[in-house]
Design a protein around this ligand. Structure first.
Ligand code: AMP
Ligand code: MG
Length: 305
């Protein structure tokens, strides 16, 4: 069918998407390289590693990541356009988890800053409010899920309910222990309903966290990021390591795998999340919706109006 004619097909595959040149692509798909396989000890994964990075290091990173921006942006717009034309259009959900200073905010700013904000649905999950407390822990999560064509970004998530809640014993063990299976069922249902889920654990080591916390207390432009509670959480490093290990072991599934993003190097972290997002969008392959009108007739109507 000629491009632009009124069509009843699902999309416009005739319009070739922008592509990232081979020299800026990961040396192997990050969705394989960074995928967490249950049973892998987290402490065997190097937080300072740079798996798949095609350049030499930090000096190349800004340039290589910049190449990805316009491509990511086009895929996101395609997805958004699908969402405007089909009620059951696909959705994408990115879950960001990691200890204080691991860079959840940095990823939001540097990676999701590359795409059109109107296609994003950002949600950050803090200590539950009294109203949230009065509901099931998934209540606030369900309310924040991305709609058709949207990219949802969770800065913390339902995983806090098996992390901080477990470490600080905020509910009895019998309760949080049931949540792993419940989360798997919840995510499987989301996937069935058309949501692709990318779960990123931003992996830093204790030394790196110490330096970042010190940077926050030394720098007047970073005081606002510091919480006096961060030190108490740092004391619980080992308990969090165990809680993350179990969350990833039990909830890295085929329908919603976990990815471990080495995050000691901020430039690698940003590049990796941007490329993981790109790989998923490419696989989703959203198409520009076809014209829902007769093009020749509309040209005529516009000319004579
Ligand atoms: P931040 O992300 O630094 O703004 O901090 C948010 C705080 O909210 C962290 O200390 C989290 O552990 C806490 N938080 C998030 N979700 C929950 C939850 N479900 N229960 C208790 N604390 C939570
Ligand atoms: Mg904090």
């Amino acid at each position: 069918m000629a491009r632009g004619k009124k069509s009843s097909t699902a999309g416009n595959p005739s319009v070739t998407p922008l592509a990232v040149p081979g020299s800026a692509r990961a040396t192997a798909p990050l969705r394989e390289l960074l995928r967490f396989h249950p049973g892998t000890p987290l402490n065997s994964l190097d937080p300072a590693g740079t798996p798949g990075f095609p350049g030499r290091g930090k000096n190349d990173a800004a340039e290589i990541t910049a190449v990805v921006g316009p491509v990511l942006s086009e895929w996101q717009e395609r997805l958004f356009a699908e969402g405007r034309s089909e009620a059951d259009a696909p959705r994408l959900l990115v879950v960001l988890q990691g200890l204080d200073t691991s860079g959840k905010g940095g990823v939001v700013r540097h990676v999701f800053g590359l795409v059109d904000p109107q296609g994003l649905h950002l949600a950050s999950f803090k200590q539950p409010t009294p109203i949230e407390q009065s509901h099931h822990y998934l209540w606030r999560i369900r309310k924040a899920l991305p709609g058709p064509g949207m990219i949802g970004v969770f800065d913390r998530s339902h995983y806090e309910d098996v992390l901080v809640v477990r470490v600080n014993q905020l509910v009895p063990a019998g309760i949080w222990q049931q949540r792993y299976d419940e989360i798997n069922r919840f995510e499987a249902k989301l996937k069935d309903q058309g949501t692709t889920i990318i779960k990123c654990f931003l992996h830093i080591d204790k030394k790196e966290q110490g330096e970042r916390l010190l940077a926050r207390v030394h720098d007047p432009t970073k005081y606002w990021k510091y919480s006096v509670n961060d030190v108490a959480v740092r004391h619980q490093w080992q308990a969090y390591a165990e809680a993350y290990q179990e969350a990833l072991d039990r909830c890295s599934t085929d329908h919603a795998p976990w990815f471990v993003i080495p995050s000691n190097r901020k430039w690698y972290r940003n590049w990796a999340v941007a490329n993981l997002l790109l790989e998923h969008l490419e696989a989703m392959d959203p198409q520009w919706p076809p014209a829902h009108f007769d093009i020749d007739q509309e040209i005529e109507r516009i000319r004579t109006a």
